[in-house]
Design a protein. Structure first.
Length: 93
């Protein structure tokens, strides 16, 4: 599913025009991005939690040469789904 598909679904389930739906979606993603960039946790009830985690430097190995290298520290995005979302996904099995 793409952003355009999501905007279309918003338009179908609301009284917003297609343009307004796309703008709302872009605003939502912008707020989410800004929140996560600042290091804040993002909690959406019934959906899940987004969080930035700090990874430390670690040793790795180049698979082609076998050379040991250092993988630099970085920040990664972590998502933990809520129990509501987990149950909804597993209910369809």
């Amino acid at each position: 599913m793409t952003k355009a598909d999501i905007a279309e679904k918003i338009q179908q389930k609301s009284e917003f025009s297609k343009k307004d739906s796309a703008e709302i979606l872009e605003a939502l993603f912008s707020i989410m991005k800004t929140t996560l960039e600042s290091g804040e946790k993002l909690k959406i009830a019934g959906f899940g939690n987004f969080e930035i985690k700090q990874k430390k430097d670690r040793k790795g190995r180049n698979p082609q040469t076998g050379e040991t290298i250092t993988i630099k520290a970085r920040r990664v995005l972590s998502f933990k789904p809520s129990m509501v979302l987990r149950n909804a996904i597993n209910r369809n099995k």
